[in-house]
Ligand binder design. Structure first.
Ligand code: PEP
Ligand code: MG
Length: 567
């Protein structure tokens, strides 16, 4: 028995045989030339045959896939015989380069070109590199990269999954995922969560698990046990027999009826419709930049009114919190970001872009106001990356000028958390962006898997800043004569989707929790398992903990419902 530690990114405990992804296709030697027994035409034909075979294979896989996976596979299949790719490879073959090296070079050139175009095109880069590896494997008679086949359900172990692999992943065959690379925001992690597959990423020694070895995977603890014993077998059986949850009933509350509305994070009208169908009580975060990612130019007034209106239409009479464009760092928008900044996460992003590109925010607020006027949603508006009380005041003035009555801010910079009372005297509400608040508090890039342990909202420093923000909201509300009520402080980062942490947040006095719609049912059920007094006590204990592990372990041990739900 051997235990490997990683990062649990999707809850659940499963046991089964492991199957390994074939190793990445090795890069052909830089000076690889075709031999005297081949010719330029012969080498080009060899390449075309391999590309067509890869295309057929991908089309075959597309035929058995459905939904998004089908579309991804079909697009990748088309890329395999893309004329631009093959033409670029042909040029190298004309110089005497082998077909393997020629397609390798061509793939690199096309990928660089797509990357340079940005946006949607840049997202296709991985597809080109994936197709290139498949063609080289075919030319060299190596096993095709990608998910292995198996008669029995298995736990997939890999370095990291490529988009084409994740798209064809069959949740009936694959019962869990373990990768040696990746972090909480990696492709594998996002896919596992959306499929509800237990997963552990960043398990550095996962590469040493022999193909076929029996393994136990605990996606909550972030551990993988090779050759598991009786205890692990029992844990997996218990998980298989877990209570299955009914859908969220549409009312977030503790067992004694203390209301904590559960809202959804959305990026489009389509998302909003899905969220409403999942019982969300409103939208706690509309990421408006998601409506326009990859755009080189500012979207027109009409486009914006349409995009926001489609979200408002899904929630008539309900609260919809619109976040103004959060461009920069992990969400570049070419018309608002300077890509040459040395440290984009610390650069001109979020509200700060208003100084560099004046006018865009005003026009966005006008479009939000017009869309709000045309629908019956209760529209609140907030600015991302606010750092000072002056910025909050400036934003409030802009909202008033646009006719938007409820201005707010995101608290995601530690300075703003510390100054929350002053900030909340100037705006009507705040929403804690715990993803960024954690990365800035812990000085740990949220996109780096190697820093995942630091990038944990259970870190006591983060919990203390959240608590301080809630207190600031309470004091600001009292000072501004809101009838004694505090200024609302919600949470819309990933922390709100962790059911144990959600209880702690409610206990701290957070007024709403906003999350991916998939998390509504579990958060709702766990919140409903405690009274507000119990939640407050858990919050106090978490705040007194010295480490993230201590806080999480202590709180989880007091929430038996997590075990029953297999969380
Ligand atoms: C956050 O930072 O927690 C947040 C909700 O915003 P985003 O993840 O879009 O940066
Ligand atoms: Mg953020």
């Amino acid at each position: 028995m051997r235990t490997i530690k990683g990062i649990g990114v999707s809850a659940g405990r499963v046991l089964g045989p492991s199957r390994r992804m074939p190793p990445p296709v090795p890069e052909p030697a830089a000076d690889a030339r075709f031999g005297p027994d081949s010719t330029v035409d012969g080498e080009k034909e060899r390449l075309r045959d391999a590309a067509e075979a890869v295309q057929q294979d991908l089309r075959h896989r597309a035929a058995t896939a459905s939904g998004d996976s089908k579309a991804v596979l079909e697009a990748t299949a088309m890329m395999a015989t893309d004329p631009m790719l093959l033409k670029a490879a042909g040029k190298h073959i004309n110089q005497g380069t082998s077909a393997e090296r020629a397609i390798w070079e061509a793939g690199m050139e096309v990928a660089a070109m797509l990357q340079g175009l940005g946006g949607y095109m840049a997202e296709r880069t991985q597809d080109v590199l994936d197709v290139r590896a498949r063609i080289v494997a075919r030319l060299d008679g190596l096993p095709a990269p990608g998910i292995p086949d198996s008669e029995v359900p298995f736990i997939l172990t890999a370095e990291e999954l490529a988009p084409a692999d994740t798209a064809t992943l069959d949740p009936k065959k694959i019962i869990g995922l373990v990768t040696s690379g990746g972090g909480p925001q990696s492709h594998t992690a996002i896919l596992a969560r959306s499929l509800g597959l237990p997963a552990v990423v960043g398990a550095l020694s996962a590469d040493s698990i022999a193909d076929g070895a029996e393994v136990f995977l605990d996606g909550t603890a972030g551990t993988v046990v090779v050759n598991p014993g009786v205890a692990e077998r029992e844990a997996a059986q218990k998980y298989a027999a877990r209570v299955s949850l009914p859908p969220f009933n549409g009312t977030g509350a503790t067992s004694d009826g203390y209301r904590v509305p559960l809202l959804a994070n959305v990026g489009s009208g389509k998302d909003a419709e899905k969220a409403a169908a999942a019982g969300a009580e409103g939208v706690g975060l509309l990421r408006t930049e998601f409506c326009f990612l990859g755009r080189d130019t500012e979207p027109s007034h009409e486009e914006q009114v349409q995009a926001y209106g489609s979200v408002f239409a899904a929630f008539p009479g309900r609260k919809v919190v619109v976040r103004t464009l959060d461009a920069g760092a992990d969400k570049p928008l070419p018309f608002l970001t300077d890509t040459s900044e040395p440290n984009p996460a610390l650069g001109v992003r979020g509200f700060r872009t208003d100084r560099a590109f004046p006018g865009v925010l005003e026009r966005q607020l006008e479009a939000i106001a017009e869309a709000a006027g045309a629908h019956g949603a209760d529209v609140w508006v907030m600015a991302p990356m606010i750092s000072t009380a002056e910025e909050a005041a400036d934003f409030a003035v802009m909202c008033t000028a646009a006719g938007l009555a409820v201005p707010g801010v995101m608290i995601e910079v530690p300075a703003a958390a510390v100054m929350s009372e002053a900030i909340l005297r100037r705006v009507r509400f705040a929403s804690l962006g715990t993803n960024d608040l954690t990365q800035y508090t812990m000085a740990a890039d949220r996109q780096l898997g190697t820093l995942a342990a630091l990038n944990d909202p259970w870190q006591p420093a983060v919990l203390q800043l959240i608590s301080r923000t809630v207190d600031g909201g309470r004091r600001a509300g009292q000072a501004s004569g809101d009838g004694g009520a505090g200024r609302p402080v919600g949470v819309c980062g990933e922390a709100a989707a962790d059911p144990a942490l959600a209880v702690v947040l409610a206990g701290m006095g957070v007024t709403t929790l906003s999350m991916t719609p998939r998390a509504l049912a579990t958060v709702g059920a766990v919140l409903a398992s405690v009274t507000i007094e119990e939640a407050r006590e858990l919050a106090a204990r978490a705040l007194a903990a010295a480490t993230a592990t201590e806080a999480r372990t202590l709180v989880r041990s007091r929430l038996p419902v997590l075990e029953q739900l297999g969380l």
